[in-house]
Design a protein around this ligand. Structure first.
Ligand code: ASP
Length: 344
């Protein structure tokens, strides 16, 4: 008889862990130690489950790199004992966390599935049960005793996505996430259908390394028509930031106003790493396609290609934290490290 997959459920907080007090109707944190009692369906799963919870569960709006390091450390400490990990997380910043963890867990060869819900687990119409149960099933999928998913995924409303390709697109619908630049990894219908050819295939003979030195001294500048010169100047000449995500229009276009280009050029010259990411939720930056982006390319702006802003922020923090030398920074940023962007 083959051994049942052993799954670790890591509860960080978010709506999924809330339950309505039957008397008062108020939402309160759910005690994850009694998970199997509250959700007896979990016993029917063909795996064994253990749970670990943040001491003080958080709303994901309070997520930060220190908590990411805590999640990475829990996974690393339990890596050999478990076959897969499910991280229960508020949906608001889940795409940021899934992106960050994808970089922090180098040589990951087991599933780490982020999930959450729009309605609390104790709500009659909750989406939490399906998301939780299927995430555990996704994390349990094995072939010849080896996990099928070997990367950080995000499961929500019948789809498993590559975590660092996702964006939260809806605060109302159960279908809250989208991954417009990469196909989903698996789908839950009558059967679980895995898109095997889309899965990340890491080298299996390498040990897991956790990289927790994320450097958050970065900024995001979203362009808009009429953006003012003094504001751009304040950001681009700031000594406080080491990396900047420049959210541009369409395929990576920006105003060609000479003052703007000059500010960017000086900032790059002074060592600021600037990455061009499109404001569109689908499609790619292609600097040089239009006149309004060719100058950006020539002054040394890094192309984020089809990366999401969430993944660009995580990758920027990761590469800065790893102290990648300036002259190699562009090369590393433009190289897909965990499937977060498409090949050139
Ligand atoms: N505000 C909540 C959070 O992100 C929403 C959710 O859990 O979906 O923690």
């Amino acid at each position: 008889m083959t051994k049942q997959p052993h799954i670790l459920l890591i509860y960080t907080g978010g709506t999924i862990g809330m339950i309505k007090d039957a008397d008062t109707g108020a939402l309160k944190a759910f005690d994850f130690n009694s998970l199997l009692i509250k959700i007896p369906e979990l016993r029917l799963l063909d795996c064994t489950i253990e749970t670990i919870s943040f001491k003080k569960p958080i709303d994901s709006s309070n997520m930060n790199p220190k908590y990411w390091a805590d999640i990475a450390t829990i996974i690393a400490d339990n890596y050999s004992e478990f076959d897969g990990f499910v991280v229960l997380h508020g949906s608001d910043t889940m795409s940021y966390s899934a992106s960050a963890l994808s970089f922090m867990l180098e040589n990951l060869a087991k599933p780490v599935v982020f999930t959450g819900s729009q309605l609390p687990i104790g709500d009659l119409r909750t989406d939490a049960k399906e998301n939780l149960i299927t995430s555990i099933q996704m994390a349990s999928l094995q072939k010849d005793g080896v996990p099928i998913i070997k990367e950080v995924g995000l499961y929500f409303e019948y789809k498993l996505y590559r975590g660092n390709r996702t964006t939260k697109i809806n605060a109302e619908h159960f279908e809250a996430f989208e991954s417009l630049n990469y196909p989903h990894l698996a789908e839950s219908g009558v059967h679980l259908k895995v898109n095997t050819e889309q899965l990340w295939q890491p080298e299996l003979n390498k040990a897991l390394i956790i990289r927790t030195a994320m450097d958050a001294d970065i900024g995001v500048l979203k362009l808009f028509p009429g953006i003012s010169r003094p504001i751009c100047e304040a950001i681009l000449t700031s000594k406080l930031i080491k990396g900047l995500i420049l959210e541009t229009y369409g395929s990576g276009n920006a105003t060609t106003e000479p003052w703007f280009i000059k500010l960017l050029e000086n900032a790059v010259h002074n060592g600021l790493h600037i990455v061009n990411v499109t404001q569109c939720i689908g499609g790619s930056v292609n600097m040089g396609q239009y006149e309004t982006s060719s100058q950006l390319k020539s002054i040394g702006i890094i192309s984020g290609r089809d990366i999401t802003t969430e993944a660009a922020i995580a990758k920027m923090m990761y590469l800065l934290g790893e102290k990648i030398p300036s002259k190699e920074f562009q090369f590393y940023f433009e190289t897909p490290l965990r499937g977060e962007m498409s090949e050139k």
